[in-house]
Design a binder for this molecule. Sequence first.
Ligand code: 4AD
Ligand code: MG
Length: 437
Amino acid sequence: MSEVSVPVVSIASLSSHVGQDVRVRGWLYNKRSSAKLHFLEVRDGAGIVQAVVFKGDVGDEVFARGDKLTQETSLIVEGTVKEHGKRKGEYELQVKSFEVVGATTREYPISPKEHGTDFLMDNRHLWLRSKRQHAIMRVRHTIVKAVRDFFDNDGFTLLDAPIFTPNACEGTSTLFQTDYHGEPAFLTQSGQLYMEAGAAAFGKVYCFGPTFRAEKSKTRRHLAEFWMVEPEVAFLTLDDDMVLAERFLSYVVSRVLESRQEELKTLERDTSKLEKCIPPFPRISYEEAIGILQANGHPETKFGDDFGADEETVISNQFDRPVIVHRYPAEMKAFYFKRDAERPELTLNMDVLAPEGYGEIIGGGIREESLETLEKAIEAHKLSRDAFEWYLDLRRYGTFPHGGFGLGIERTVAWTCGLGHVRETIPFPRMLNRLAP
Ligand code: 4AD
Ligand code: MG
C-alpha cells in the first residue's frame, strides 16, 4: 500500500470519488481470474464493487498474491475509482495495491452453489453476508424505522412494555415459563395490557419490542420470538381502529417502496402488488368471510371455525390489497375483548390479512371496559385473578373505551419482500426446533 494517506471510503459513496484514488475495506465476495487479470468482488456491508487487478499495473508479486485470495478474506484495496465499462451507474476500482487483513483459515462454507435451508440456517451468522439476506435486512430496517416514524409523528408516546410478566395476555397455551428469583414468570406474549395502562396515562401510546410464543406449530409464519408494535388509544371505536391500521400499514409499505427499490429488485419482488396497498382497505365481517370460504372450495366451513393459512389465503385472494376481517365469535378470542352490543356472541375485534396468501399481519380490537364483565371473563378463561388485579384497576379508576392492535414485523417483512417463510425475516430466528446460532 502507498505511504501517502489515501482516503478510506464506503462503497456506497464511490460515485462521488470518480477519478480519485481511494481505499475500500471489506471482504472478498467473489473472484474471477485470467492470466493477467483478477476481478475481485469486494463487499463492505454498504455495497459491492468490482476491483480490477491488472498484472501490468501491480507487478508480478502483488498479482501472485491475488491468486491466493479466498472467498470472505478481509482486505483493504487501494485503487482509482472508474465508471464501470458496461453497466451505467456502477463503478469499479482500478487496483494499485491491496493488503489482506484476515485470511480465511477454512474454506468458506457458503459457496455460490445451492444449499439446503437447514445448512443455511445452521450457518445463519455467515448467511447474513449474502446479497439476498442483506436485501431482506435492509427492508426490515426500513420497516422498523417507518413504524416508529408513523407513531412518533402521530402524537403517540413510546412506552416500552416489560419482557418478564406475571400474567398471560394471549392465552396460557403459548407461554414460555421461566424462573424469576424463585417465582414463576413468563416471557411476554404481548405488551397490550401494559399499553392499556399507558393509554389512560398518555392517551395514545405504543410499544415495540420482542414478544414470545411457545407455538407448537411448525409453519412458515410462526416464530417463537418475534417483534411486535402495539399502539393503544383512549376513546377509540372499532372503526377508528381500522382507519388507524390502514393508515399505518399503507404508510409503512409506501416507505419501503420509496427507499428500497434496489433491494426489492434483488429479491425479485413484484412491486406492483405492493403499490396497491392504499386505503381504504375492504372491510368484511367474520360471517362474510365464512360465506367467501363456503363459496370458494371450503363448503364445510361454519360459524365458530378459526381460519388457518389456507382459509386466510382464499379470503385474501378475493382482494388486491389488505383486507380487514372484523367481529369474530367471542368464544375463540382472548378474554379482554369487548363484545358487540348488538350481537353479544361476537367481539369488537379486527384482523388485517395481507394479500397473496401472507395471512394475518395485524390483530387487534376494542377492550372490555366494564369491571364486572372483565372479572367474569378472567374467571371464564381460568386466569389467575391475582395477576390481573392491577389490570382491573384500570376499570376501577375512570374506565374508558379504548383499543389498539399489534402488527408482527416478521410477517410484514415476509409479505413486502415476497418470502416463502418468516425464518429469513429476522437476523437470528427462534423456532420450534431452532435456538442456534
Ligand atoms: O393476533 P395477536 O396474537 O394479537 C396480540 O397479541 C394482541 N395483544 C395485539 C394487540 O391488540 N395489542 O398478534 C398480533 C400479530 C399477528 O397479527 C402477527 O402479525 C404477529 O403478531 N404474530 C406472530 N408473528 C410471528 N410468529 C408468531 N408466532 C406470531 N404470533 C403473532
Ligand atoms: Mg391474531
